[in-house]
Design a protein around this ligand. Structure first.
Ligand SMILES: Cc1cc2nc3c(=O)[nH]c(=O)nc-3n(C[C@H](O)[C@H](O)[C@H](O)COP(=O)(O)OP(=O)(O)OC[C@H]3O[C@@H](n4cnc5c(N)ncnc54)[C@H](O)[C@@H]3O)c2cc1C
Ligand code: FES
Length: 289
């Protein structure tokens, strides 16, 4: 698919949860060609500091209106600069990048979506894709499992209600919904509140994906996991976003996939989870104040 570099005008930009923003842009070329699960590299500030673009997944796509939306969390300098952009200003985008979710045949299966924190962002567009069917009876049964560290980091209820699917919410500290990790909530619910899914889509930190991968692999359930890596270029040039992959040529041969060009969506079977290291802890909280 052709990548575009587009100067997008900012239409709306609003805080929606603690340090979390929704950004709506007019970017007609990218809006027309992007699909759920793909991402764009966004230039967060003119000039050389920060020099590198930052990857953000498409939260919602409106090809008819030529608009795209991102949902992002401020974690460091790049996203902090981005949070200061105002309606009427412009940002430079490179995209769409990556492979996107494969939703073929999903109507036939009960589907589980698992989101950790801001990993909820691309699942909105995925739900829209999954529900694109004129007949109610052809729609898949979809359950969303969404967890955050604390209630102030959860998206407001009306965001989840707008999805029109069943949502299960957790917080690590018990301030909202189920008290515990999203993967614990998911495992408890399956078999009691919901049936066993035949397909799992997940987006969130690598530590969460590790648990999701172990669960689906143990049961032979099909999965599509949106994985994170630090990205400098986003287009396969710097090789900085490598993750250890399962080798098809014997155990000794090391093989890597690159999240930006082979992903960011991978089946759990593709990754050597025992060799994946979680990213370092977020920066100090003074950046957020
Ligand atoms: C394909 C892809 C899609 C993404 N989509 C979204 C999205 O829709 N919304 C959103 O809020 N974030 C998303 N991210 C993460 C986002 O790109 C980073 O949070 C952002 O680049 C951080 O930039 P910064 O300058 O603010 O922070 P930095 O100062 O660069 O880093 C601050 C902290 O965040 C960590 N970090 C930086 N980049 C990443 C990363 N890529 N993955 C995990 N940890 C990282 C660093 O290790 C550091 O601890 C996505 C990442 C990828 C790879
Ligand atoms: S980010 Fe440069 S190769 Fe993936």
């Amino acid at each position: 698919m052709k990548k575009l570099q587009e100067t997008a005008s900012v239409l709306e930009h609003e805080p929606v949860a603690r340090q979390t923003f929704r950004l709506r842009l007019h970017s007609p070329g990218i809006a027309r060609s992007a699909t759920a699960g793909q991402f764009a590299m966004i230039q967060v500030r003119e000039g050389v500091d920060p020099l590198l673009r930052r990857p953000l997944s498409f939260h919602r796509l409106f090809p008819g209106e030529g608009c795209i939306e991102f949902l992002y969390r401020v974690v460091g300098r790049g996203t902090w600069w981005l949070s200061r952009v105002r309606p009427g200003e412009t940002v430079d985008l490179l995209g769409p990048l990556g492979n996107g979710f494969d939703v073929q045949d999903s109507a036939a299966y009960p589907v589980a979506l698992i989101a950790g924190g801001i990993g909820i962002a691309p699942l909105f567009q995925l739900v829209s894709r999954l529900l694109v069917t004129p007949l109610e009876r052809e729609r898949p049964e979809i359950h969303l499992f969404y967890g955050a560290r604390t209630a102030s980091e959860l998206l407001p209820d009306h965001f989840l209600q707008s999805l029109g699917i069943s949502s299960h919410v957790s917080t690590d500290d018990g301030t909202g919904g189920f008290h515990g990790r999203v993967t614990d909530m998911f495992q408890r619910a399956v078999g009691k509140e919901t049936g066993e899914p035949r397909r799992v889509f997940a987006c969130g930190p690598l530590a969460m994906q590790f648990h999701v991968a172990r669960w689906v692999l143990a049961r032979g359930i099909e999965s599509q996991l949106s994985l994170e890596a630090l990205m400098a270029c986003g287009v396969g040039a710097c090789l900085g976003c490598a993750l250890p992959a399962v080798s098809h040529h014997g155990r000794s041969a090391e093989r890597y996939v690159h999240v930006c060009k082979d992903g960011p969506i991978f089946r759990a079977e593709a990754i050597q989870w025992t060799k994946v290291q979680a990213h370092p802890a977020p920066p100090p909280s003074f950046l957020y104040s």
